[in-house]
Write a protein that binds this ligand. Structure first.
Ligand SMILES: [Zn+2]
Length: 348
């Protein structure tokens, strides 16, 4: 790639209107804010500088990443911290021209710190409403039931979160240690959640293989797959994903950082895109993976040969794959089309 094109594509990517469907709020806390939380709330002698923190956020494998995730969350000690977290994360996304976000949070991770699920949720809603007023960015929350906590905690979350459904919360997800905790025991919770009007997604095919994706589709009845990067282990599964256009919330740099993929070049996103799967681009835990939504788009253009027109398809896929109402999808689609026209006029 020559320098002038490299500069141009960077500029184009900052201007692309974007959607983010797979982002964990806790994993997106800006690095300096996270550093301050650690200084304020912990006696962590090993983290004295931002550089120490950057080094801490590198992983030997997926299980190691989960271990660091738990370590990090222990520094969030107060419910009111979540208002600022939501506000700052959304502010950061707004700077990257993200218009709509469906963000995960995992309230069950803070039970040990004595924080309540409704308390955390209300603070996040305040933060996201403030971000909407200040930046115009729209967002919805997806509660991550975290496999490691067990189905009973998940069931309690559903009860506690009913008052917020449609008022800030849109759905449920299932993150955590996929390699150790299969989806099956969560089937009844997903059925119940669907009945109540929660939208459904689950992490699958990241730390475990194609079987885990099958379970998410067949046992949980998910509408989208979180990651799904390992779908290509089973050609029949790839056909099904294509036929039903089940969206994949792909997070390329995350998969490289947790060593699910050996490197960017071996990531199957291009192959899935060319095969006609419903692919979306997301940043997962941008602070923890030293990435950003702009960096994700840039990696696709610079390392994997995605053209500007491919990037447009990906940005539009974000709208189609979202849990927005059909009316809001239409509105956002025509807005994005207008901006794309302008963007292409400016650069070509
Ligand atoms: Zn994730």
């Amino acid at each position: 790639m020559n320098t002038s094109f490299a500069n141009k594509i960077e500029k184009i990517i900052t201007e692309i209107p974007k959607i983010e469907l797979h982002l964990h709020l806790e994993g997106a806390i800006p690095l300096e804010t996270l550093f301050n939380l650690i200084q304020r709330n912990g006696k962590e002698s090993s983290i004295k500088t931002l550089d120490d923190l950057r080094k801490k956020l590198t992983y030997t494998n997926f299980a190691h990443f989960i271990k660091v995730w738990r370590w990090m969350n222990a520094f969030i000690k107060e419910e009111r911290d979540f208002e600022e977290i939501a506000y700052q994360v959304l502010g950061n996304l707004h700077k990257q021209n993200v218009r709509y976000v469906e963000a995960f949070y995992a309230p069950g991770d803070y039970r040990g710190q004595g924080l309540s699920v409704p308390g955390i949720t209300e603070c996040l809603i305040k933060g996201k409403e403030r971000a909407n007023r200040d930046f115009g960015i729209q967002s919805e929350l997806i509660v991550d039931l975290i496999r490691d906590h067990g189905p009973e905690i998940g069931r309690q979350h559903l009860e506690e979160l009913m008052p917020y459904l449609g008022k800030g919360i849109i759905g449920i997800g299932l993150g955590g240690s996929e390699q150790s905790f299969p989806a099956d025991p969560y089937a009844f919770i997903y059925q119940e959640a669907k009945k109540r009007g929660f939208r459904l997604t689950a992490h699958a095919g990241e730390a475990a293989g194609a079987d885990s994706i099958w379970a998410a589709i067949e046992k949980l009845g998910v509408e989208r797959i979180g990651h799904g990067v390992r779908a290509n282990e089973d050609p029949q599964l790839v056909s099904l994903l294509k036929e039903r256009q089940i969206p994949l919330e792909l997070c390329v740099i995350s998969n490289v950082r947790t060593r699910v993929c050996a490197g960017l070049e071996s990531h199957p996103i291009k192959q899935y895109f060319q095969q006609g799967l419903m692919v979306t681009v997301n940043s997962d835990d941008p602070t923890m993976f030293n990435t950003s939504i702009n960096q994700e788009y840039l990696a696709l253009a610079q390392k994997l040969g995605f053209t500007v027109s491919d990037l447009k398809s990906l940005s539009m896929n974000g709208i189609r794959a979202s849990f927005m109402s059909d009316r809001n999808k239409e509105l956002m689609k025509s807005q994005f089309e207008k901006e794309w026209e302008q963007l292409l006029n400016n650069h070509y």
